[in-house]
Design a protein around this ligand. Structure first.
Ligand SMILES: *Cc1c(COP(=O)(O)O)cnc(C)c1O
Length: 266
C-alpha cells in the first residue's frame, strides 16, 4: 500500500519533467519556423517574378525530417500543408500526430519492400518523389491497388549529376520509366520528375537543365503536356535558381526548420 501510493506521488513529477523539456524545446523554437516559412514564401514569390512566372505555379514542400512534430504543427498553423519526409519509419510515426489534411510527400529513394507500410501508414500520402526503378513503381502500384484511395502521384527520380549514386535513373532512361508508370501502373499517376542534384545535395544549373530536357523528351514521346510533367528541383541552397529554371516543386528543409542535427542518408 505504501509502495503503491509513493508510486502515485512520484509518477506525476516524472511526467511533469518530461513535459517540461518538450515545452522548452517548443518555446525555444517558437515562431522561428513560421517566420522562416514566411521568408521562404516571399523569396519564392520574388524568384517567380524574376522568371515571369506565377508563385502559385511553385509548390513549397516543407521537409521536416528529423524535426519534432511541435515544429511541424507550428508550420501547419501558419497555413502550410505540404510536408516532406524521407524515412518510412519517421513519416509513419508523424502522420497520425498531424491533422488529416496535411499533404505528405515521400521524398528520395524508397525501398520497394516498404511501399506497403508507407501507403498503409500514411492514408493522406499525396506524392512519392523518387520512383527510380520499375520495381519500386510496381510495389507502389500493388500497395495502392489494395487500398481505397485515389491514384497516387509519383515523380520519377533522375540522376542528373552523372555521379555514381544509388538513386535516380540515368537521363537516358527517364522516358522508359515514365512510360512504365503511365502505361503499366493504373493506380499511379505519373506527375513528373525529381532530382536531388549532386551526391552532396547541392545542384548546378546543369542539373536543372538536364531535368528540364528530360521533361521535353517525355512530353514528346508520351504525348503529354508540360503541365502534366512537374519538375521537383531546388532545395534550401538553390531553390531560387531552380524556380527561375522552371521548378514547380521545391523541397525546403533546413531553411524552414533549422539545421538538422544528423546528416542525410544519400
Ligand atoms: C533533406 C532533403 C531535402 C531538403 O534539404 P535542405 O537542404 O535542408 O533544404 C530535399 N530533398 C530531399 C530528397 C531531401 O532528402
Amino acid at each position: 500500500m505504501l509502495n503503491f501510493s509513493s508510486t502515485l506521488i512520484h509518477r506525476p513529477s516524472v511526467m511533469l519533467s518530461a513535459c517540461d523539456s518538450t515545452d522548452m524545446a517548443a518555446r525555444a523554437a517558437e515562431g522561428l519556423a513560421s517566420t522562416a516559412l514566411r521568408n521562404v514564401l516571399q523569396r519564392v514569390q520574388q524568384a517567380a517574378e524574376r522568371a515571369s512566372r506565377q508563385a502559385s505555379q511553385v509548390r513549397v514542400v516543407a521537409v521536416s525530417k528529423t524535426k519534432p512534430v511541435v515544429l511541424l504543427q507550428e508550420v501547419y498553423d501558419a497555413g502550410h500543408r505540404h510536408f516532406g519526409e524521407n524515412y518510412v519509419q519517421e513519416i509513419i510515426e508523424k502522420a497520425p500526430q498531424m491533422p488529416k489534411d496535411v499533404q505528405w510527400h515521400f521524398i528520395g529513394h524508397l525501398q520497394s519492400n516498404k511501399a506497403k507500410a508507407l501507403l498503409a501508414g500514411v492514408p493522406n500520402l499525396y506524392m512519392v518523389e523518387g520512383v527510380d526503378s520499375p520495381k519500386v513503381a510496381n510495389h507502389l502500384e500493388k500497395a495502392v491497388a489494395g487500398l481505397e484511395r485515389n491514384p497516387l502521384k509519383v515523380l520519377v527520380q533522375v540522376n542528373t549529376s552523372g555521379e555514381e549514386s544509388k538513386s535516380g535513373v540515368e537521363p537516358s532512361e527517364c522516358v522508359e520509366l515514365a512510360r512504365h508508370v503511365k502505361l503499366e501502373c493504373p493506380h499511379l499517376e505519373f506527375s513528373g520528375l525529381m532530382t536531388i542534384g549532386n551526391a552532396d545535395y547541392t545542384s548546378t544549373p546543369e542539373n536543372f537543365k538536364t531535368l528540364a530536357s528530360c521533361r521535353d523528351q517525355i512530353c514528346k514521346e508520351l504525348q503529354i503536356s508540360p503541365e502534366q510533367c512537374e519538375l521537383s528541383m531546388g532545395m534550401s541552397g538553390d531553390f531560387e535558381l531552380a524556380i527561375e529554371m522552371g521548378s514547380t516543386n521545391v523541397r525546403i528543409g533546413s531553411t524552414i526548420f533549422g539545421a538538422r542535427s544528423y546528416p542525410v542518408k544519400t
